[in-house]
Design a protein. Structure first.
Length: 189
């Protein structure tokens, strides 16, 4: 079990996180042995969506953003969904938490619209990444270099475009979380 001693946070936003971008990484990390903690904006349950519009499942929030710190975790996963990513980037405590992962050199994975949260956390200057295509101008304006690839890894930052990229995204998450801290990750924070 490659990640048996790792604890990974995965963010979830109420009625907005894209379900497969939440469930697939969570399952892959747990199967690799990691302890995965679901971190949400509010206590209780959070409902996901499919295709941004259709209701998804309900998932228990283990801890709220205000109850955790980056020090408790070995890595962070930020699922997409345009509404979910927008809700996360609008929350000051979430943005501060994301920034702290970068400042500590810890690996972070972001898929689809989730790089919006990285724009807000101001951690993209000089970084190469991908996202859902509509986010590319925001990434460029934040100082990042956007590329159209299935998965991009840059010093502990793992990004992908859409749910169809989940197999590659999940494999890279396991690899990067297994490697641990990346000195180059902290250069952006």
């Amino acid at each position: 079990m490659q990640l048996s001693k790792k604890t990974i946070a995965i963010l979830i936003a109420p009625r907005g996180t894209e379900e497969p971008e939440f469930t697939a990484p969570k399952k892959a990390l747990e199967e690799a042995g990691a302890t995965v903690v679901v971190v949400g904006l509010k206590a209780g349950e959070a409902e996901t969506v499919n295709g941004d519009l259709d209701p998804g499942g309900k998932y228990r929030v283990d801890k709220t953003v205000s109850e955790v710190s980056a020090e408790e975790f070995d890595g962070l996963v930020i699922p997409g969904g345009s509404v979910g990513a927008d809700r996360l980037r609008a929350d000051t405590a979430t943005v501060q938490l994301i920034h702290a992962f970068f400042a500590q050199g810890k690996p972070v994975g972001a898929i689809c619209h989730a790089p919006w949260t990285l724009v807000e956390a101001d951690v993209l200057k000089g970084r190469m990444l991908t996202s859902y295509p509509s986010v590319k101008t925001d990434i460029r304006n934040a100082g990042g270099t956007w590329v159209d690839q299935e998965v991009v890894t840059d010093q502990g930052l793992v990004t992908s475009r859409t749910p169809k990229d989940l197999p590659a995204f999940c494999a890279k998450l396991i690899e990067e979380f297994g490697e641990g801290k990346h000195r180059g990750q902290a250069r952006s924070a």
